[in-house]
Design a protein around this ligand. Structure first.
Ligand SMILES: Cc1cc2nc3c(=O)[nH]c(=O)nc-3n(C[C@H](O)[C@H](O)[C@H](O)COP(=O)(O)OP(=O)(O)OC[C@H]3O[C@@H](n4cnc5c(N)ncnc54)[C@H](O)[C@@H]3O)c2cc1C
Length: 393
């Protein structure tokens, strides 16, 4: 058994774990990142792509935003489509000049991994049988197998950044956490296509056949989604059928979606979930390990990075001065933003998706809500400030 000592043991090398490791390193705090997948797998995992202004600022100030600022596409608005017409929500105009930046989560993860390895800091991919122990004590442990050896990592604190299906949250004894969740009767069939985006801004389309989203990852890559069943069989969706359905749901007179080779496709179920508190003893949960939002509000990645910003500040304060105020407030501070994002994501989802059992009353309410947010300055402002990310919550 190899025994190692570090200040912060970080489980998971997703956006949350990697950003936390980077922020701590900048402040002279040691950490070891333990990830069960390979570097190739983690770098290729296509997921989010909308980054709030506040998170762009955080990454830039921390020296992790150089390529993000150079290659990211700044968007000042989004479009809502219903009844065959598009309506622009001018985000920046309504939200004090703030904007969103389109930059793939894959690219952000690649940047953070490179920074970590260039700094010569430990990042252990393909760690097997990862487990966490002694969480209620001042010396919590992470155990795992790495390159054929049994490893025991002795920590001051552990950051559970291992996503929704990780091992940290389930390691908390039964009865400690309160859990709040909602399942949705639909999912998203998402594709990444080698074709330039057909619109300058994202289009959120309400359609009688179900929701569709036109998004992008770069000037050359489109990201497109179709509402589907949560257990949709991808085998029933050859590329031609996907394009045909996207054309139908996103189509408006005089406009056609450009098609290209599909590089990646997958089905994601949709769920809202929060556990409280986001801490047990010396284990702190961050990002998807503690909460999940349906992707309609583009909040998952942003929330994960807001959590680690709060946690990094609290840890720096604790290691420097011994004060536990920040750590004691960590969960409550994060949960205020989490619940705002939960509500916004649920609200956007309800407004835009068609449910199988939806009666005409619900449909009329959706259309009324869409008309309201596209005609009322107050309603559009509310959408805009939530979408670009609230400065305070
Ligand atoms: C399939 C999918 C599609 C998504 N699409 C979108 C989207 O289109 N738009 C959007 O806004 N958001 C999307 N999201 C949400 C967004 O990507 C997440 O909110 C974001 O990745 C959260 O970051 P995280 O670091 O908290 O968790 P994750 O990115 O899940 O990272 C957790 C890391 O921990 C690792 N891990 C797990 N278990 C262990 C273990 N036992 N030991 C060690 N390591 C472990 C995982 O391999 C992973 O690398 C999507 C999420 C998923 C799952």
């Amino acid at each position: 058994m190899n025994r190692t000592r570090t200040q912060v043991g970080i489980v998971g090398a997703g956006p949350a774990g990697l950003t936390l490791a980077h922020l701590l390193h900048r402040d002279g705090i040691d950490s070891v990142v333990v990830e069960d997948k390979s570097r190739e797998y983690v770098e290729a995992r296509v997921r989010a792509g909308v980054i709030e202004q506040g998170i762009v600022d955080l990454l830039t100030e921390a020296g992790a935003g150089e390529r993000l600022v150079r290659e990211g596409l700044v968007h000042h608005g989004i479009e809502l489509q219903f009844d065959g017409e598009r309506h622009r929500i001018p985000l920046s105009e309504l939200a004090g000049g703030r904007a969103i930046v389109i930059y793939g989560q894959t690219e952000l993860v690649k940047d953070l991994i490179r920074l970590r390895l260039d700094a010569g800091q430990p990042l252990h991919f393909e760690a097997a049988d990862v487990s966490v122990h002694d969480l209620e004590t001042e010396r919590p442990l992470v155990r795992y197998r790495y390159e054929g050896s049994d490893e025991e990592l002795d920590c001051d604190v552990i950051a559970g950044c291992d996503g929704f299906h990780g091992i940290c949250r389930p390691s908390i004894p039964a009865g400690v956490l309160s859990e709040f969740s909602r399942e949705y009767p639909f999912g998203w069939l998402g594709i990444l296509a080698a074709v330039a985006p057909s619109n300058d801004e994202l289009v959120y389309a309400h359609h009688e056949r179900g929701f569709a989203l036109l998004s992008l990852r770069s000037r050359e890559r489109s990201r497109l989604y179709l509402q589907c069943r949560p257990d949709e069989d991808l085998a029933k969706w050859p590329d031609d059928r996907i394009w045909e359905e996207l054309q139908t749901r996103l189509g408006i007179p005089g406009w056609r979606l450009a098609e290209g080779a599909i590089l990646e496709k997958g089905v994601t179920g949709m769920r809202s979930y929060v556990c409280e508190p986001m801490r047990y003893g010396h284990l702190f949960l961050t990002g998807d390990a503690a909460h999940i939002v349906p992707p309609t509000g583009a909040k998952g990645l942003n929330l994960a990075l807001h959590d680690v910003e709060v946690l990094a500040d609290a840890l720096v304060e604790w290691f420097r001065s011994g004060t536990t105020i920040g750590l004691d407030q960590y969960s409550d501070t994060c949960l205020r933003r989490v619940w705002r994002a939960e509500h916004f994501s649920w609200w956007m989802t309800r407004m835009l998706h068609r449910a199988d059992d939806e009666d005409s009353f619900d449909l009329k309410l959706q259309l009324s809500q869409l008309r309201y947010v596209t005609t009322s300055h107050a309603a559009a402002t509310s959408l805009a400030e939530n979408y670009v990310g609230l400065e305070t919550v």
